[in-house]
Design a protein around this ligand. Sequence first.
Ligand SMILES: Cc1ncc(COP(=O)(O)O)c(C=O)c1O
Length: 385
Amino acid sequence: MYNFDKEFDRHGTEVIKWDRLAQDFGKEDLIPLGIADMDFETLPEIVEALKKRAEHPTYGYTFQSKEYYNNFITWNKKRNNIDLKKEEILSMPGIVCANAFIVAALTDQGDKILMCTPVYDPFYKVVEQQKRTIVRSSMVLRNGRYEMDYEDLDRKMGEGVKLFILCNPHNPVGRVWEKEELEKLNALCKKHNVLVFSDDIHSDIIFKDHKYIPYINISEDAAQRTVCAAAPSKTFNVAGIKTSVIFSKNAEILAKINEIVTAFHVGVNLFGFKTFEVAYQFGEQYVEELCDYLKSNAEYVTEYIENNIPKAHTYVPEGTYLMWVDCTECGLSAEELMKKVVGSGVAPNDGAHYGEEGNGFIRINIGTQRRRLEQAMECLKKALA
Ligand SMILES: Cc1ncc(COP(=O)(O)O)c(C=O)c1O
């Protein structure tokens, strides 16, 4: 049994979530529920493997071990029913970095890149920074659940979109896209010949009664027009180590991306390779227990808000450790809302960062000990009562 209730001090590790509160929010004494890493210890086997490697006092150039590939391939076959071969996988430092390479490799300046909003804000930045054009499709809330607006997607793809960026599961709204939804999306991508980048960084964190469906498994067509990204960073709380992969069934797409990566001489360091290898070898039980803990946190937060903060509304996400809290009934601007919430002692993310649909929302990171969440909820109640 892993102990996710165990508390320890993260200060002094130069971790943004805890050590940059004063800079980011104007004061130190806050419960940080923002940036998406967790306050949990990683898998003990990762710590052991890194210690062991660090003990050898040479840190020269390294490459991926056979196990690096095998463990990831086995994990994906067993858990996600994805059949992968070594040559379909490319190592990447981070997934935002991979996103930038993919945009550079598969689109040209001015090309339209479509995404469902609100969405993880670096999606916008990557597109803007490379002078491509962002096309947004607002999701629709149906029976309390965000869905893609297929008519809108059809219309916008019809106006000449080159690439669709999918987030599965979706940050910040916590949807784990269902097979039928991805099939409808694929039908549109096929109709309009749109390539797909599926950012699946959160795909291990899926709650009971939901299933992660990899977009590349939807059809042969989907597999051929898609590049997908995955990483142990969210799952095992190793985001600072910067170790991820992209994979694709389309060798031509992968070669184009590899050409750019090679031209920029970017790579993963030896600790990243080791972390990746060990995570997918020993991590299964950790993930199972983590998902149970996170789901119970999400249920607690949902119930607390329902019973104590009448002007705020949320729901248990289908995956991810991020919750999307609607505070629009408070009638505050995004700025006023954040000021009030931070003033009460808690630091979530401002929903407006994820697109204009997020005005009046906050995003809460529940990847923390229950006791801390309970304290945070008291603060939120004070702020929004
Ligand atoms: C959808 C999504 N992609 C990528 C990232 C970050 O990836 P990386 O740290 O590997 O660049 C995050 C982090 O929150 C995320 O939510």
